[in-house]
Design a protein around this ligand. Sequence first.
Ligand SMILES: [Zn+2]
Length: 79
Amino acid sequence: MVSKRKQGSTSLPGLGVKFGATVRKRYGKVYQTLKRKRRCPSCGSQRFGRVASGIWHCGKCSYKVAAGAYDIDLEKLQG
Ligand SMILES: [Zn+2]
């Protein structure tokens, strides 16, 4: 019997075995930043997320803003 090896917790959607460990590690960091819950700057609701690269939208008050591609707080990314 050949047992199938399960993928570890490092596996993320979007990247398979096509890429090396360094790329996956870097992607994982960005992915976590992207999926992190954040508040809407306008109404404070948590239903705030990225619609497209650099475009952020609030599902509650329909507030739309252009910011960073992976995070709305650009200062945090640079620092
Ligand atoms: Zn809002």
